[in-house]
Each structure stands twice: as structure tokens, then as C-alpha cells.
Design a protein around this ligand. Structure first.
Ligand SMILES: NC(=O)C1=CN([C@@H]2O[C@H](COP(=O)(O)OP(=O)(O)OC[C@H]3O[C@@H](n4cnc5c(N)ncnc54)[C@H](OP(=O)(O)O)[C@@H]3O)[C@@H](O)[C@H]2O)C=CC1
Ligand SMILES: N[C@@H](CC=O)C(=O)O
Ligand code: NA
Length: 376
């Protein structure tokens, strides 16, 4: 049997998604080592906000122990720059897996890609902040216009978690279809909130209690205000619009409806916000009863109209029979209207948040990168 090719992996962020990712890689490793040709996905660094473990000689960290060791580590955290340098010195091709929502880490992607490090990530920041960062990333990446020696970048889980949303859109565009409109439900948190607070047929819990549940279930952003202010959906639409060919400057370049009550805009932390939110359940109950009087339910949706370059994020009312009204749990639904598909859109539907399904998108991207790295 041929010697396995080693791909060196640094994981930054081991919260809900990061932990699930490490577990998925742990289960994959034995099968990949026996594959033909064999592949050694070697985890050499794991970092969270206050701790880090790395392997001094670039040996594989023991994945069955590394998360416990990381939590109990008393070593001081080296600067991020040092950890990234360590990765660039790995004795083979290396991948940075960013499972944080940190904009600072996201800003290092162009430099890391140019140094030959590939990136896989569910972190939306790099792809939805200012357009100039997006342009730098794809002009540095080997799967953009960068050098063939550069790293590859994949970010499937930035939209619709593990659902194949970005790969589908890229394929539509690359095969010459013309995307006219993309619309649907793009937030697992918002889907869960409205499906459980305002289900078809009546009933449902208090809005603030459902927000707490969404956080406990791992659907929300680290700070749930980033979901409720509409910005998470705006970021996803920015990514989709850019892939569809629109030069959207930033996720605040279009109108985004926020569900944060005015009085809570000044809360200094997510915890303070969650503590005060029950005081505003009455406002959401009013929204529910006014829609119910028309025989409708309210859902949080988004759309991109490509020819007119119009991007919209906010609440809309739907008849009970509408597919968006009938979604369950954290499901997303994404409708692609294109020239080829005509008036019957290509539809992708399923869980749009949660650790395991999001990690699946990240692990899938890692396998795509590994396959590309093996070819050169
Ligand atoms: N949860 C979901 O359903 C989905 C999540 N995503 C994206 O995945 C990413 C991770 O989400 P999730 O796992 O839910 O979030 P969590 O809050 O559970 O985990 C975030 C992790 O990142 C670490 N972290 C934060 N800042 C830094 C930093 N500066 N340096 C090193 N580590 C850092 C945290 O460290 P510590 O452990 O010390 O706190 C934690 O381990 C986010 O970008 C999110 O938008 C995308 C699609 C769906
Ligand atoms: N907070 C996000 C997580 C996935 O992107 C959501 O609820 O959709
Ligand atoms: Na996806």
C-alpha cells in the first residue's frame, strides 16, 4: 500500500460546530487511512478563545482526548499570529478550519491563502463583510484567480448550514444558467422561532422562551442578537448575491428588518438582552394575532432579485397552505429561479442550523480540499 499523504489541520473554535467537526474527522480517519490511495487527515492544532493545544512535531493529536485536554489546559494562549505561522511551517499541505465567528481571524484569510494554506469555514464574516475582503480572498485562492500554489477556500456552511446551497448555486452559474431570483427562509433560528411561536393552526409558546430554546439547541449565533437583528440573514444573502454576480458592498447596503425592540438596542450583552426580552413578548403576540385575523402566519424571509439588484430581508405574511408556512423545526428553504428551471424553482430544503449538520458542511469542504490538494 502507498504511503498515506498527510494533510495538516488546525481547528480554531471548538464550540457546538467545532466539537461536532472534530468528532466527524475522528470517525473518518481510520477509513481514510485504509483508502486507496490512503489519506492521513492530521489534526495538529486546536484553539479556542483562551486555550490552545498543538503538536510540537506535527504529529496527530489524539482526537479522543484533545477536547478534554484543551478545556483543562493552563498554558497561556499564544498570539494568533504565532499559531498561524506554526501552520504555515507544517511539513506538507495544511488547512485552517475556522469554526469561530471572529472577524479578526477572517481578515487573515487572504494572507494565509497566498501562503498556500487552504481554508474551510462556516464563519460568514470574511465572505459578507466589506466587498474588498471578498475580492482579496478570491484573488488569493487557488480556486479563485490566485496562483495554483495558493490554498483553496470553501465555505458551504456559511449559508443553509450543511445543505448544498453554495455548491448548487456555483454549479448553476458555472454551467451557464442565469439566476433570476433567490428567495426563501435562510435562518435556522428564525425558522425555529416562527415555526414554534406561530405554528400553522394556532397555539405556540412565548417568543422570548423560544429564543432561549433556539440558543440551547445551538441554532443561534454566539450572540443571539446577531440573528434577531436580521444581520445573519443579510450576511447569507450578501454571500449568495455575490456568487450570483452582484457586487453587494456589505450586509448593511440594503434594507434589513430587525426584531430587536428599540428599548433593548442598548443592552451591553447577549445575556442582558435575553433577560429583558420577556418584557416585550406582548409586541410579538400582537403581530401574531393581527396575522391570524387575516388567516395568515408571519415568517422571516429574504430575497435577491438579480436583474433589479434588489435584496430584501424581513417579516412577511403567508397563507397556511404556503410551503414557507409549513416548514418545521430549524428548516431552511431556498428557491432558485433560473432561466433553465423556468417558473418551477430548484428547491433546497432541510435543517439550516445545528452543530452536526453544520459540521457536515465543513467536513465535506475539507474532503473537497483534500481531493484537490492530492492532485497537485
Ligand atoms: N450553530 C449553527 O447552527 C451554525 C453556525 N455557523 C457558524 O459556525 C461558527 C461557529 O458557530 P457555533 O459553533 O455555533 O458557535 P459557538 O459559540 O458554539 O463556538 C464558537 C467557538 O469559537 C471559539 N472562539 C471564538 N472567538 C475565538 C477567537 N478569537 N479565537 C479562538 N477561538 C475563538 C469559542 O471559544 P470558547 O470555546 O473558548 O468560547 C468557541 O469554541 C459561527 O461562525 C457560526 O456563524 C454556521 C451555520 C450554522
Ligand atoms: N444562527 C444561524 C446559524 C447558521 O448559519 C441560523 O440560525 O441560521
Ligand atoms: Na450550505
Amino acid at each position: 500500500m502507498a504511503q498515506p499523504q498527510s494533510i495538516f489541520i488546525a481547528v480554531i473554535g471548538v464550540g457546538g460546530v467545532g466539537k461536532a467537526f472534530v468528532t466527524q474527522v475522528q470517525h473518518l480517519q481510520p477509513r481514510l487511512r485504509k483508502a486507496n490511495p490512503p489519506l492521513d487527515l492530521r489534526l495538529i492544532l486546536v484553539r479556542r478563545s483562551k486555550q490552545q493545544i498543538s503538536s510540537p512535531k506535527y504529529d496527530n493529536l489524539d482526537l479522543s482526548k484533545v477536547l478534554d485536554e484543551l478545556s483543562s489546559s493552563k498554558d497561556s494562549l499564544p498570539p494568533l499570529k504565532e499559531s498561524l505561522e506554526y501552520l504555515t511551517k507544517a511539513p506538507g499541505r495544511a488547512v485552517l478550519v475556522d469554526n469561530t465567528s471572529d472577524p479578526e481571524l477572517a481578515s487573515t484569510y487572504p494572507d494565509m491563502l497566498a501562503k498556500g494554506i487552504s481554508i474551510v469555514t462556516p464563519n460568514k464574516k470574511a465572505f459578507s463583510d466589506d466587498l474588498s475582503l471578498w475580492q482579496k480572498i478570491f484573488s488569493s485562492a487557488a480556486n479563485g484567480t490566485g496562483s495554483p500554489k495558493s490554498g483553496y477556500v470553501f465555505h458551504e456552511s456559511t449559508v443553509g448550514a450543511g445543505l448544498p446551497v453554495l455548491s448548487t448555486l456555483k454549479e448553476l452559474v458555472e454551467t451557464g444558467d442565469e439566476v433570476m431570483k433567490i428567495e426563501g427562509v435562510f435562518s435556522g433560528t428564525m425558522s425555529f422561532l416562527f415555526n414554534s411561536f406561530m405554528p400553522v393552526g394556532g397555539g405556540g409558546g412565548k417568543f422570548s422562551a423560544e429564543v432561549k430554546k433556539a440558543k440551547e439547541l445551538g441554532y443561534t449565533e454566539p450572540d443571539p442578537r446577531d440573528d434577531l437583528n436580521g444581520l445573519d440573514v443579510a450576511r447569507k444573502l450578501t454571500i449568495l448575491a455575490r456568487l450570483a454576480g452582484l457586487e453587494v458592498q456589505s450586509p448593511t447596503a440594503f434594507l434589513v428588518e430587525s426584531l430587536i425592540p428599540k428599548e433593548l438596542e442598548s443592552c451591553s450583552s447577549g445575556d442582558e438582552f435575553l433577560d429583558k426580552l420577556p418584557g416585550f413578548d406582548g409586541q410579538m403576540d400582537e403581530l401574531k394575532s393581527s396575522a391570524a385575523k387575516e388567516g395568515k402566519v408571519v415568517r422571516f424571509v429574504g430575497s435577491i432579485d438579480v436583474p433589479s439588484k434588489a435584496v430584501k430581508v424581513g417579516l412577511e405574511k403567508f397563507d397556511a397552505s404556503h410551503p414557507i408556512a409549513a416548514l418545521k423545526g430549524s428548516d431552511n428553504i431556498i428557491n432558485f429561479y433560473t432561466k433553465r428551471y423556468g417558473s418551477n424553482p430548484l428547491i433546497i430544503q432541510g435543517a439550516g442550523a445545528g452543530a452536526d449538520v453544520t459540521a457536515m458542511g465543513v467536513t465535506g469542504d475539507l474532503l473537497k480540499v483534500a481531493a484537490l490538494l492530492r492532485q497537485n
